[in-house]
Design a binder for this molecule. Sequence first.
Ligand code: NDP
Length: 328
Amino acid sequence: MTFKALLATKAGDKLSTDLVDFADADLMAGDVTIAVEYSTVNYKDGMALTGKAPIIQQFPMIPGVDLAGTVEASSYPGVAVGDKVVVNSWGLSQTHHGGYAQKARVNGDWIVKLPEEFSTRDAMAIGTAGYTAMLCVLALEHGRITPGCGDILVTGANGGVGSVAIALLSNLGYRVVASTGRLDEADYLRELGAAEIIDRKTLSEPGKPIASERWAGAVDSVGSYTLANVLAQTKYRGVVTACGLAQGIDLPATVLPFILRNVTLAGIDSVNAPQEARLEAWSRLARDLDLNKLARTTTVVGLAEVPEIAVRIIQGQVQGRTVVDVNA
Ligand code: NDP
């Protein structure tokens, strides 16, 4: 039995990807086999496929940090044949074959059963980027940031995390300010729920260690000077969630926002988030995400187009979320 897969291999320093017929018997060990319907392209997939960061830790590897599909075989308690399931990260595309294939075999404890509100395609329109946006919103709530506290800044607004964060926050009644390098996409951002749009250049250069109080909270997928400036502009007892590195991994900030304004910098990791946090995020996505807005963020491609999208997402040229139909 074979199925279509995108396989990453490495010869010396050169990483390549090819569409291949992959044998069922060559899948890695796991107690659940899934007929994959959709995957997606996140920034992390872009880093994996272009080799920008050493995401893939062994070769050959089927990349793809996300997958959604229907259970074909299971020896894992509570997961049955026919269940619609989603897997986000864990070892996928690092040490375990991922979502860019028509079939996957994974550990049962990586699986989240899809809330009935979502199709497998919706699940991948959300993907790790959208589930991370939800983790950020939950962290703001945990820090007691309510819509009455003031504006919430979303950086990397046209990206996957940014787009879903805007949709979620605006639905929850927050006033959202979107920071972007693509000001010509203002209509898209407004349709998602942004009340105001600012040029990311106002945040991306070195700034003051502390500045006028502007944000009650923030969802930052950019890092570097942007995150430092966001911290400096955050209001007393505000919460800034840091989940990304699109500008850089550095954080050239001072302690002033923390010790003068009681600002909280909340780190967000989706990869090793415990199952309890994932279940909470997915059930809140089912409650708080407007599927019409999600559809506006989504483009669908086939497996063969993934390598090109991977290059474009690293260049900051992809808007919203890209769903991969592995059977197209
Ligand atoms: P996208 O590429 O979809 O979004 C990133 C956005 O950041 C771009 O669309 C662009 O938005 C902005 N951007 C790009 N380059 C720069 C730059 N040099 N300076 C400032 N802004 C820039 O990626 P994702 O949404 O999938 O992921 C966003 C980030 O979050 C990534 O760094 C990713 O690794 C991280 N991430 C982390 C997770 C975690 O578990 N912590 C999980 C998921 C993602 P615009 O054009 O609007 O300016």
